[in-house]
Ligand binder design. Structure first.
Ligand SMILES: [Zn+2]
Length: 233
């Protein structure tokens, strides 16, 4: 279900292979596994979203408008860093976004772009995700910035996203989605998952605030309604 990813040891999270990890993965198989995993985890649907990996001066990216479940090796697109196609099908329309990130960060080994619902909804606010959560702290982040608005599949979006990614490895694209860059595909996927989790939490915190049940209304360890009920008796 999770393709190649779930079989990997945790060390790959940092983009480092263990000595007995065997031969390097086929980038085409890695990307097909990633595309299916993103759909299975609800981080995107159908053929929306895209992913790429880089090895040296070569990149491989998922094709445009192919449903993840139907992806085949021959459809994964190989290119060089100039964007010249070296094989495969028609690249994702967000290729400029991927190329811009690889050019700006030479050590980036993977880029993932998702359309997960809570993060997309938050991105329509044009705001960063910044509530201090254990999730952000665990990843060493203070926030997930939101890029300036720009049309999809344009050089303008690529530049806006790269600017936002100067502040961290994962960013929201205004009124659009999420993009992450990392040393490994595994890490880039998890950063997109982090953005969705953080957005889910921040939406729920808005509901809590609207109900007047924020943390300041409660005694430690006591649910606010339970506290009110106790006060009325
Ligand atoms: Zn998109």
């Amino acid at each position: 279900m999770w393709g190649v990813s779930v079989e990997r040891p945790p060390s790959l999270f940092a983009g480092v292979q263990e000595p007995d990890a065997g031969p390097p993965p086929d980038p085409r198989r890695e990307l097909i596994g990633a595309a299916r995993e993103l759909c299975a985890r609800g981080l995107t649907v159908s053929s929306l979203g895209n992913a790429s990996v880089r090895a040296g001066s070569r990149i491989w990216i998922t094709p445009t408008r192919v449903v993840a479940a139907e992806l085949e090796d021959a459809q994964i697109v190989a290119l060089d860093l100039s964007g010249a196609r070296r094989g495969g099908g028609v690249p994702s329309c967000e290729l400029p976004l991927h190329l811009e990130i690889y050019r700006r960060w030479p050590r980036t080994g993977a880029v993932v772009h998702t359309h997960s619902p809570c993060a997309v909804a938050w991105s329509h606010r044009g705001l960063a995700l910044s509530h201090p959560t254990e999730e952000l702290r665990y990843h060493g982040l203070s926030c997930i910035p939101c890029a300036a608005p720009a049309p999809a599949a344009t050089a303008e979006l690529a530049r806006a996203a790269a600017e936002a990614l100067r502040h961290g490895p994962v960013a929201l694209l205004a009124s659009h989605g999420v993009v992450a860059r990392a040393a490994s595909l595994r890490h880039a996927i998890e950063l997109c998952a982090l953005a969705e989790q953080q957005a889910r939490i921040e939406w729920l915190l808005l509901v809590v605030a609207a109900l007047g049940d924020g943390p300041s209304a409660a005694r430690p360890g006591v649910h606010p309604q339970a506290a009110r009920g106790a006060a009325q008796t």
